[in-house]
Design a protein around this ligand. Structure first.
Ligand SMILES: C[S@@+](CC[C@H](N)C(=O)[O-])C[C@H]1O[C@@H](n2cnc3c(N)ncnc32)[C@H](O)[C@@H]1O
Length: 413
């Protein structure tokens, strides 16, 4: 009888997954000569036992190894499996982020699943898998590693628990803790390969260059926005036109109604839908707004120009952290969606916008999309930067959702 070894011993054993798979296919052929209905899983189980593992999944886990990868080097058509290391960013923590795991079959794991037919890995699989497995909504998406067969791609993502109406799992048991704690937990439960992956993800998160981050943001957002079926979808918003009004319509509270004619600049404007919507919402309050927009993705700026030809000259491509109008024009109300810029650049962003983009006496409006942790709410961000909140919009109130943190504005004294 085959002697079974425990997982720790098994991990020390060098397992070649490709050879094990080949052996399972060969064994399947042999077994089918006796019983044509034999399933592949039966052969895999036997191979795993022969190699000293409790079962096939344990063998696969022990054999998996990954190497760091960059998007340019991947043949995306070959990818059949996707896994995600999930982080919740938190500027108040020394580590800067928490790792989120969920319980599956008595173990703490990261979301992992097969790619479905027709799915784009980056746009679809990385969004679906953490939602479906543990109810985690990705925001930032970054390729981390690939297995030696180059079929299993691992990403690190940041995001939050999901509370919306897309298909998602709402009853998963979560564990969150610092990256070091996650590595210790996974090592203790015998998942050394997974522990190494989490450590690699944390290192990548801490050391990623700004240029890489910007490139990943574009890759994550642009395709999905350009394909969206609604104007608000083309601005990255998941919900109906009414939801859009409920969620983003409150930003009009920041319009200074003492100025009947004002300029409005939306930084990170995507397809220009917020800029255009603000014109209508401000008109309801008797203010004539002239809209402008800047986005880092030239494709989206092009889309904004096409959708709003009357303002085609009002949209520019640029990075909100450094952009300034070519002729030095300043704007009465400037809106910035904080969550598209890494939190270690928020101070630079706010300093720059007040110094070079917001008109003297004008307002800088800061918002976040959807529910965020208290430390990430605009109020907390402004206070941490040592600046004064001059006013708050009403908190967005969306049907069947908890109230969200209010957007806030600063006055450029
Ligand atoms: C969710 S949309 C925002 C839509 C709209 N401004 C709003 O707040 O509802 C995010 C947009 O931010 C853009 N973006 C990301 N990083 C940026 C940066 N550093 N500067 C300018 N735009 C950026 C993306 O290309 C994307 O179109």
């Amino acid at each position: 009888m085959t002697e079974h070894v425990n997982l720790e011993q098994a991990r020390k054993r060098s397992v070649n997954l490709e050879q094990a798979r080949k052996r399972a296919r060969e064994l399947l052929s042999e077994l089918r000569r006796g019983d044509p209905t034999t399933k592949l899983t039966t052969a895999q189980h036997q191979v795993a036992r022969d190699l000293g593992f409790a079962n096939w999944p344990v063998l696969v886990r022990a054999a998996e190894s990954f190497v760091p990868a960059t998007p340019e080097t991947i043949d995306w058509r070959r990818i059949t499996r996707v896994s995600t290391v999930c982080f919740r960013l938190d500027p108040e923590l020394a580590a800067g982020a928490l790792v989120a795991l969920y319980r599956h079959d008595g173990r703490w794991v990261i979301p992992s699943d097969q790619r479905l037919p027709g799915e784009d890995v980056w746009d679809d699989s990385v969004l679906r898998i953490p939602l479906a497995r543990m109810g985690f909504r990705r925001q930032g998406t970054h390729l981390l590693a690939i297995d030696p067969e180059r079929r299993h791609a691992v990403f690190w993502i940041d995001g939050d628990p999901y509370r919306g109406s897309r298909p998602h799992r709402s009853d998963a048991e979560w564990w969150t803790g610092s990256p070091d704690e996650a590595v210790a937990l996974l090592t203790d439960q015998g998942d050394g390969a997974l522990a190494r992956l989490v450590a690699l993800a944390d290192e990548s998160r801490r050391t990623m260059s700004y240029d890489q981050l910007v490139a990943d943001t574009r890759r994550t957002l642009v395709g999905a926005y350009l394909r969206a079926a609604t104007p608000q979808g083309g601005s990255g918003f998941g919900g109906s036109a009414d939801d859009w009004r409920d969620a983003r319509g409150v930003l009009v509270d920041a319009v200074d109604t003492r100025r009947p004619v004002s300029s409005f600049l939306d930084l990170a404007c995507a397809n220009g839908h917020l800029a255009a919507s603000m014109v209508d919402w401000a008109a309801e309050r008797g203010v004539a707004l002239t809209p402008y927009g800047v986005d880092i993705a030239p494709e989206l700026v092009e889309r904004a120009r096409t959708l709003h030809p009357q303002w085609a000259e009002h949209f520019w491509a640029g990075d909100a952290v450094v952009w300034r109008h070519p002729d030095g024009v300043r704007f009465d109300l400037v809106h910035m969606l904080l969550d598209v810029v890494p939190m270690d650049r928020w101070a630079q962003l706010v300093d720059h916008l007040l110094a070079a983009v917001v008109a003297p006496g004008g307002r800088l409006l800061l918002s976040q999309y959807g529910p965020v942790r208290p430390a990430m709410a605009p109020d907390a961000v402004v206070t941490r930067l040592g600046r004064q909140v001059a006013g708050r919009c009403r908190p967005p109130q969306r049907k069947d959702r908890p109230a969200e943190a209010p957007s806030v504005w600063l006055v450029n004294e």
